[in-house]
Design a protein. Structure first.
Length: 751
């Protein structure tokens, strides 16, 4: 009973009240895992419940193992007899024992995602359908979504709305693919991951004797992260607990962020409707974060209408104000964040492992990674690859490199059949052998394909050679961005990614667009004298030359998406890209439900921070090769202004775009406490009303000029050497700047 002494009052209530339906609403950092594990331990040790009669369901093996270890520490080896694990692992165990009721053998195979997609690909091919229209990934996700909503293939084909959606997306045969896929799996004696739940529900629905057996075998059902359950999971739980009603669910509606995976927040919001005698226990004391962070998070989530009311609080220290970092561009945002991390480490003897950078989309990691590398700050990307290590980025870079250097064998091997153009491994082997036999380069073999390879194999090769030669001409005649954009388009890479409408496909498409954005930003940088694609690729090679993942040093800054950060905590957290249409995402603005999920995602991000929280946004960001003005996120407006201050040290001073009114409030309003006095930021320069750039071919030393960002200045030196004319200009407010005249926008004023 010693374990009960460490609990606060609501936690204690959640542990000892084991009979009947119970919902434990666990606020961020409130110790929900402790309550769940001690509740199970209490059932075994104090109430004498046989572990074989307890089922505890989680979403990850890590969570299940951690809970089992904690319970074993209290009750001993009996904990090993629990029905504990992920939904899939526990119900796979049920299906192994009862498979014959569904016409399967007990040793059925479990197909992983790759197996499933391979079968779908074969079905599409056998049906004579266009494989580019019916991509395996897209079809698989559609079928998976249907199974999670308990829609069989028969119901799918009979549903006019589903069939209408498929027809509108130019994939009217998905229902028939679903049917053939299920038939193929059954014939092979196999179930996929979704079947482990779909077939469990089917088993309990169609074989009441089996359901009755498990209802009397399982006396207590406990579910962790209940807000993440889908319809299928909820129905199974409800069926199992129907007799004894001893069901305990633990979760936080404010952290429901996985709707795109099928999670249904209504499961937790409407749980009381199915259980009128429900006991609701709220864990509201936060043990993780400072008062400032907790109060700020509360002020954000209070804006959501669909929620279970609660008041999360803490007795922790008040802590420092949340700092808002303003940047002119996403690259500057990366630099300011990296500089802030470095200073925080040096001033407060922090380890880099105490810092996390969280972003809404994977593509945002690029500017952060480059800034960290330039400052020699080690980092790790969690839940994904470093930006320049991602497949789609390496694919496009290989096309760019090979278009410049046809002797690059590694790039040749990567792109020769990408996208697929009917050039198999045997053809590639023939090319390499011919090159070796005749002591010539692979490119020379490709240029003379009919001679070395014969008729059938040479056709696709000749098309490839023609394409690469054309790309080479583009590179010679266009700047780096124009050439790269044309190569991305004409190679077919962009089209292939764009047509994949899954979450993964969208992320890959955004990553390629971010690479093109980086090239455009490189071209537009007035300090870059060489705008060629070769120069950009050289810079990328220098940036990525040292692979940050080769060493085992644990002292690294963590980079990850906010979705990946759920369940984690860090002393110092930076939430970057706080801009409209980025966070909240442009795709999540069509309904209140979507917007509220985005706000819950922001809440999750805020509550990852223990001691310090930083928010950042950029006033401009490249999107699809165009420099776009950005508006600060509406979520910044949701934050109570008492808890936020604009960073004076790590915010851009020389911005030409005025700060939106609602972020000015963070500086000017009465704060919770008085921050240290800061010198006023230099006001942004506003160009003259009649400002229009002049023809700078007549520019000479001594002339007065006006720049839209730096204001008025005098030309002190002209540099006419080389391909680009430069001018050194002494600006009254910003000092001397050397500008490339082909890019600088200058208005010449009469002396």
């Amino acid at each position: 009973m010693d374990y009960l002494q460490s609990l606060n009052a609501p936690q204690h209530e959640g542990v000892i009240n084991t009979e009947g339906p119970c919902m434990i609403i666990a606020g961020a950092g409130s110790g929900k895992t402790r309550v769940l594990t001690y509740r199970i331990a209490h059932l075994i040790q104090t109430q004498g419940v046989d572990p074989f009669n307890i089922m505890a369901l989680t979403f990850t093996n890590k969570a299940a193992n951690e809970m089992r270890e904690r319970i074993e520490h209290v009750v001993g080896s009996d904990a090993r007899n629990l029905w504990m694990g992920t939904f899939h692992s526990v119900f796979a165990r049920v299906l192994r024992a009862e498979a014959d009721h569904l016409g399967f053998s007990n040793n059925f195979t479990i197909y992983d995602t790759d197996d499933s997609k391979s079968i779908i690909k074969n079905v599409v091919k056998e049906m004579g359908l266009d494989e580019t229209q019916y991509k395996a990934n897209t079809v698989y996700n559609r079928i998976s979504s249907a199974k999670n909503k308990l829609i069989s293939w028969q119901e799918y084909l009979a549903n006019p709305h589903l069939m209408g959606d498929d027809a509108a997306s130019m994939r009217p045969e998905i229902g028939n693919i679903y049917r053939k896929y299920v038939e193929r799996c059954y014939k092979s004696g196999a179930m996929d991951f979704d079947d482990l739940l779909f077939n469990t529900d089917k088993l309990f629905k169609e074989h009441l004797d089996v359901l009755n057996k498990y209802q009397h075998r399982i006396h207590y059902v406990l579910v962790d992260e209940f807000q993440d359950t889908n319809l299928c999971q909820y129905f199974i739980i409800r069926k199992l607990a129907a007799v004894r009603q001893n069901v305990c669910v633990v979760g936080d509606d404010a952290q429901s962020i996985y709707a795109f995976r099928g999670a249904d927040i209504s499961n937790i919001l409407n749980f009381e409707k199915d259980y009128p005698d429900l006991r609701i226990i709220k864990l509201e004391q936060n043990y993780r974060s400072t008062q400032t962070i907790v109060d700020a998070a509360n002020s954000v989530i209070a804006k959501n209408k669909a929620q279970i009311p609660k008041n999360v609080w803490t007795t922790n220290e008040e802590g420092t104000l949340i700092e808002l970092i303003k940047a002119n561009s996403d690259n500057e945002e990366g630099r300011l964040v990296a500089s802030s991390i470095f200073e925080e480490k040096m001033q407060h003897q922090n380890s880099f492992s105490n810092f996390a950078i969280l972003y809404r989309t994977n593509s945002q990691s690029r500017s952060m990674e480059e800034a960290l590398r330039r400052m020699n700050i080690k980092y790790k990307v969690v839940g994904g690859l470093s930006f320049y290590q991602r497949k789609e980025i390496k694919d496009l870079l290989a096309y760019l490199r090979y278009s410049i250097n046809q002797q690059d064998e590694a790039s040749f091997r990567r792109i020769i059949n990408l996208p697929k153009r009917g050039i198999g491994d045997s053809t590639i082997d023939k090319v390499v052998v011919a090159a070796n036999d005749h002591a010539i380069s692979i490119w020379e073999v490709l240029e003379n394909a009919p001679t070395f390879l014969g008729g059938r194999a040479s056709g696709p090769i000749e098309d490839f050679v023609t394409k690469i030669k054309r790309f080479g001409i583009e590179i010679q005649n266009k700047n780096a961005y124009e050439a790269a954009a044309e190569i991305a388009k004409s190679s077919g890479l962009l089209k292939e990614l764009y047509e994949d409408k899954t979450a993964e496909g969208l992320s890959r498409y955004e990553n390629v667009q971010e690479l093109l954005n980086a090239i455009k930003e490189y071209v537009d940088d007035s300090e870059k004298t060489d705008k060629s694609l070769g120069a950009f690729l050289q810079e990328v090679s220098l940036i990525t030359g040292q692979d940050e993942n080769k060493d085992n040093d644990p002292d690294k800054v963590t980079l990850m998406t906010i979705h990946m950060a759920k369940g984690l905590e860090f002393k110092n957290v930076y939430i970057v890209g706080m801009e409209e249409n980025l966070f909240p995402s442009q795709m999540m603005l069509s309904s209140r439900a979507d917007l509220e999920e985005e706000r819950r995602l922001f809440y999750v991000a805020i509550t990852r921070a223990q001691k310090k929280l930083f928010l950042s946004y950029a006033l401009t960001r490249y999107r699809f090769g165009q420099l776009k003005n950005c508006e600060p996120s509406r979520f910044l407006n949701d934050l109570d202004q008492r808890y936020v201050k604009v960073s004076s040290k790590f915010s851009s001073k020389d911005t030409s775009k005025p700060t939106p009114d609602y972020t000015k409030r963070f500086v000017n309003s009465n704060m919770k406490r008085t921050p240290s006095a800061q010198p006023p930021a230099k006001p942004a320069y506003k160009p003259s009303a009649d400002f229009t750039p002049s023809d700078t071919r007549t520019l000479k030393e001594g002339m007065k000029v006006e720049h839209p960002k730096f204001g008025f200045g005098t030309v002190v030196k002209m540099d006419e050497q080389g391909a680009e004319r430069k001018a050194k200009i002494n600006f009254a407010d910003f000092g001397e700047k050397t500008l490339l005249l082909s890019f600088a926008k200058l208005k010449i004023h009469e002396n």
